[in-house]
Structure formats: C-alpha cells, structure tokens
Design a protein around this ligand. Structure first.
Ligand SMILES: [Zn+2]
Length: 79
C-alpha cells in the first residue's frame, strides 16, 4: 500500500499513464480508501483541464463506484 506521500510523488506519472500496472493498482487502491488523495487527484485533473494540457484518462466505472461507496462509508464514520 502506498502512503499519501508516495501518492503525491507519483500523481503526475499516474495521470500521464506512465506508471507500471502494479504501481497503478497500488495507487488506485490507496485513492479508493483515502478521500483526501482522491480530492487531490481530481483537483489536479481539473487544473490540467483548465490549463488545456489534454484530457486525462477516464477512471474505470467500477473504480468510480468503489470510490463512491468508500467515501460514503468514510462519511458515516465521521458522524
Ligand atoms: Zn492518501
């Protein structure tokens, strides 16, 4: 499992699609369970789109679903 610090270091490579499959899976596994890193990733993509540096790769739909449920579970824990 990557730490948040490693996510910050690798986020550019992830976004460019230059991570190896194993690292990419570990990256996604972290982002799914870590709302702050998920927010960081979408913020970075929004910035890239705003700057017009091409469109980022899409999240697979099933990963998007698991992020949503992980986030909802996380929100429940906060109550
Ligand atoms: Zn994190």
């Amino acid at each position: 499992m990557f730490s948040c610090r490693q996510i910050y270091d690798l986020i550019t490579e992830y976004d460019e699609g230059s991570l190896e499959t194993a690292d990419r899976r570990r990256f996604e596994a972290h982002v799914v369970i870590c709302p702050p890193c998920r927010g960081f990733l979408s913020q970075m993509r929004a910035t890239r789109e705003h700057l017009g540096h091409g469109s980022p790769p899409e999240f697979p739909a099933e990963l998007e679903d698991s992020i949503v449920s992980a986030f909802q579970a996380w929100k429940k824990q906060q109550r």
